[in-house]
Write a protein that binds this ligand. Sequence first.
Ligand code: GLA
Length: 376
Amino acid sequence: MSFPENFTPELVVESPGRINLIGEHTDYNLGYVLPTAIEKKITFKFKRNHTEKECNLFSLGYNTGFTLQLDKIARSNVEWENYILGVLNEILLRTDKLRGFDCTIESKLPMGSGLSSSAALECGLAFGLNELFNLGLSKMDIVQLSQKAEHTFVGTQCGIMDQFASVMSEKGHVILLDCKSLEHQQIPIHIAPYKMIMLNTKVSHNLASSEYNTRKRECEEGVAIIKKKYPEVMSLRDVTATMIQEFEETMDATLFKRCSFIVSENDRVLKTANALKANDLKLFGSLLYEAHEGISKLYEVSCPESDFLVDFSKQYNAVLGARQTGGGFGGCTLNIVHKDKVNAFVEEATKAYKEAFNIELEAFEVQPSAGTYIQN
Ligand code: GLA
């Protein structure tokens, strides 16, 4: 399929990726996370095509597209199409106002790099269609239906963090989100003279999706065991450090590692939020290192490439902290680096990484940015 050359959009929507400062895999355990949107984003151009049901979507990056009929939505064998189909399916379950449209999609967000290009894709589409057809969906509806689309059409039982960050973020802030109550606080972040530098391992081990669902199941199994003694516990969010310790001898070792990580990670999110409010950047950095240790040794969602970069950064006084960000098994590491040493650090990390893995590292700075918006 090629897209009509005379495509003049009625609406342009920008939908950002996200980073998570800390609080990994805590969202589906109803705990805390601390994400924000970044400037790297996906641009959608929309136009109504005045048909009842025909939709034409074209990805400029893949240079390919597809046509679908709104009354015949079914899962596809093509992975990226399922994000689109899933969102359309969820919108149709909520409103009958959707009609035919044409849309081009252009991504500046590397896929599989742990920056949640999937949430950006889902939320940007839902946001744009809501505007184009006046569907009356709230921002929270967009967040939740996009998350649901990922469960039903993509098959990852993800939490709510990525979609929430992609839509709700504010420039210059990180969101302290309570994934149980969905209450959230926008926390201003000032880390000068330090910068947030992402190092992209360029690997995304395809374990990610299956292992993700396995981790979720392991946490649920842990909760079931804890519940026998503490019936009031509904999720790992309700478990304290003292409580989990009681299960060290009796719980299966793997389940115990998973559960202990989540309990301590929740605590680290709250400590990090306080450290940022108090501008205690040293503490912020050391919490990142501590989190990575847990990601790697207890939750076991890291990989040799991410571990290498985090370890490498520890030689530098100019780096306050680092950890792998996102779902895991590759993607990017987040590094808090003094502005005067960014170039030297990136140069040396690139060289060492190339020697170790024969992969060209990609490095870029991120800044807390606004969530999904309409381009004027
Ligand atoms: C993926 C999921 C999120 C979250 C992170 C890990 O990005 O989509 O819901 O669970 O992994 O923190």
